[in-house]
Design a protein around this ligand. Structure first.
Ligand code: GCB
Length: 600
């Protein structure tokens, strides 16, 4: 799906601002017949949760409604008028002037409606019902629990199977945009290392079939270096500036459409000449091994929650550069489109992750419900298969042209040790590779319950991305023991899959900023540094390790529980992005690696 761009033939109108808002009870009507009464004010985009005080407000389970007026002019209706939501978490039902437009399931990917007919010239009432429940049919997954306490009415609670706060609402930008009646619907463009490229431009609308398409390629300076015609084609540039982490050279494919109904449309899509491959236990960018230095992140900032925050996005990229990182994983859901654009421009490599976390019948926010170690039945219990295919298709459709995306992750820490995991994931990994016009490598990120002996999915992955917390959730305080266990496990994974690159997708220790301990006790800044040093020393001994992603870039909000003090504190930066001591250790380590890579 194309990003809503303003071009010579397209207008874009932001609907971001302050909307009317109300939390709804189970018996409240959701038919949008009447204008919303007794509303409070709510900024869009944002998570709704931290805007007003009160635990009942923040932790509301179920439905809520957003409403605003939308003005439409005759010019906006002269072609095709679209209403686009970049994300609504987790389910949306949208109405215009009380008439249903449709719905969307999945809280981290865009959807849109053609409202050319439904919109009236003048004032329109736009109503969006949002549902925030996570259960065994949603991604991410959770549990809806009915609880009875003596003498009290029944309570309904929604427990995430994942360790980040279940922020919800209209969390990314909303806009109207126009296109001509016949229009450019989608663009696929790909450039290779040898200067060859290919494109496919899909037209939509009444006169799409005979529409004439022409394309131009603009180099990073904006000079036209190729002109061609046709909805599909390929070509070759004799001199090309490759896209890589040090030189994120971006080209543009400028597509133009002329249709028999008089429509003329144009759209410019950025792309890079670059190739991702896997060779000798390494991820390669443009044929050269690239060691991934970086983090698992979250979209999580004070007040906005998981809501779009471009100030923090730019700041985070600046901090990644400062610390010498070259990559991150969009744990545990696809991030906003603007972040991927920033990564294209700044040369940051992305592991793009589907919102599939919590796929384990025994997971709670921070551990196992049944800690006995015997788990089974996840793949009968989870009813996420079809939705999982949908989110993968939508993620690839949105992100396919971004040069920054080098690896797809179809899930984080599912029950990959249980019977049924291979059957569940094999089709999904095949789907993500086949949906992607570039056929990028794919993986799923596994947890410590899925060991070299029990993991059912290792062979399905192009890269083994594993999360380990030796020295934290076990062997705590004993970093020598933790490092020995880590090394042993990595060696056994390597023995099992000798050709596959292996990287740590997560490792980290909760650290309270400002807490110091001469004996490097748990939670101190000293322990975090020593923990990271212990892991680094293991990685440095194993040539097949292809990357290190620390958990987490910054402290972040989680569900309340006794293992979390105002959230997860494994950040190398605090939630407001101040560095902990470990930031300076990682800066030194990673900048040295970078200098070595660049031959300095
Ligand atoms: C994990 C999860 C991540 C958690 C982390 C932790 O394995 O993938 O979402 O936040 O552990 O800190 O426990």
């Amino acid at each position: 799906m194309l990003y809503p761009q303003m071009t010579q033939t397209r207008m874009r109108f932001s609907l971001d601002g302050v909307w009317d808002f109300k939390l709804l009870g189970a018996d409240d009507s959701k038919d949008a017949k009447e204008p919303l009464a007794d509303a409070i004010l709510m900024p869009v985009p944002s998570s709704y949760n931290d805007i007003y005080e009160g635990r009942d407000f923040r932790d509301h389970v179920g439905d809520m409604v957003y409403e605003r007026e939308v003005m439409v002019t005759p010019a906006m209706k002269s072609g095709r008028l679209m209403l686009r939501f970049a994300s609504v978490t987790h389910k949306a039902q949208v109405y215009l002037n009380g008439t249903p437009l449709g719905g969307h399931k999945g809280g981290f990917l865009p959807f849109e409606f053609d409202i050319t007919e439904a919109a009236v010239i003048g004032s329109n009432r736009l109503t969006v019902y949002v549902n925030n429940i996570v259960d065994n049919t949603t991604l991410p997954a959770g549990r809806l629990v009915h609880q009875q306490f003596p003498g009290l009415p029944e309570e309904v609670h929604n427990f995430p199977n994942f360790d980040f706060y279940n922020y919800s609402g209209i969390m990314r930008p909303v806009c109207l945009y126009t296109t001509p009646k016949t229009y450019i619907e989608d663009i696929v463009v790909q450039g290779k290392m040898d200067g060859s490229f290919s494109w496919r431009v899909t037209a939509g609308g009444a006169a799409a079939e005979n529409a004439r398409i022409s394309v131009r390629i603009l180099d990073p300076k904006g000079s036209c270096v190729f002109e061609g015609a046709g909805s599909e084609g390929a070509g070759h540039l004799s001199e090309v500036l490759l896209w890589d982490t040090e030189h994120p050279n971006l080209y543009q494919l400028e597509a133009s459409l002329q249709a028999e109904d008089g429509s003329a449309d144009c759209y410019a899509e950025s792309f890079g000449f670059r190739e991702v491959s896997i060779k000798d236990c390494r991820i390669c960018l443009n044929g050269k091994p690239v060691y991934l230095r970086g983090f698992g992140k979250h979209e999580d900032t004070p007040v906005n929650g998981r809501g779009f925050n471009q100030v923090y996005n730019v700041k985070d990229i600046a901090l990644l550069k400062w610390i010498g990182a070259n990559s991150f994983r969009t744990s545990h859901y696809p991030y906003c489109e603007e972040m991927l654009d920033l990564c294209d421009r700044e040369g940051i490599l992305i592991i793009d992750e589907a919102p599939a976390v919590g796929l384990h019948s025994q997971f709670s926010a921070t551990g196992m419900i049944d800690a006995s170690g015997k788990h089974e039945g996840t793949w009968e219990y989870m009813k996420t298969g079809e939705h999982h295919r949908d989110v993968i298709r939508e993620m690839v459709a949105r992100d396919k042209n971004h040069p920054c995306v080098i690896l797809w992750s179809v899930a984080n820490e599912p029950a990959s040790e249980e019977e049924g995991a291979k059957e569940y994931f094999e089709p999904l990994l095949n789907l993500v590779r086949s949906e992607d016009p570039q056929h990028r490598p794919a993986t799923l990120v596994t947890y410590e319950g899925s060991s070299p002996d029990t993991c059912k999915v290792a062979e399905l992955c192009d890269v083994l991305v594993i999360n380990r917390y030796r020295g934290w959730y076990d062997t705590e305080g004993n970093l020598r023991g933790a490092a020995a266990k880590l090394k042993d496990e990595l060696e056994r994974f390597h023995k099992r899959c000798p050709d596959k690159p292996i990287m740590l997708g997560e490792y980290g220790a909760d650290t309270i900023a400002g807490m110091h301990d001469i004996n490097e006790g748990l939670f101190s800044e000293e322990y975090q540094v020593s923990f990271l040093k212990a892991y680094s020393s293991v990685f440095d001994q194993l040539p097949y390790i292809t990357g290190e992603h620390i958990w987490n870039f910054a402290d972040f909000a989680t569900a309340e529980n006794i293992k979390r003090v105002q959230g997860n504190k494994k950040g190398i930066f605090t939630r407001t992005r101040e560095p902990k001591m470990a930031a300076f250790y990682m800066k030194e380590r990673w900048n040295k690696m970078k200098e070595k890579e660049n031959g300095v």
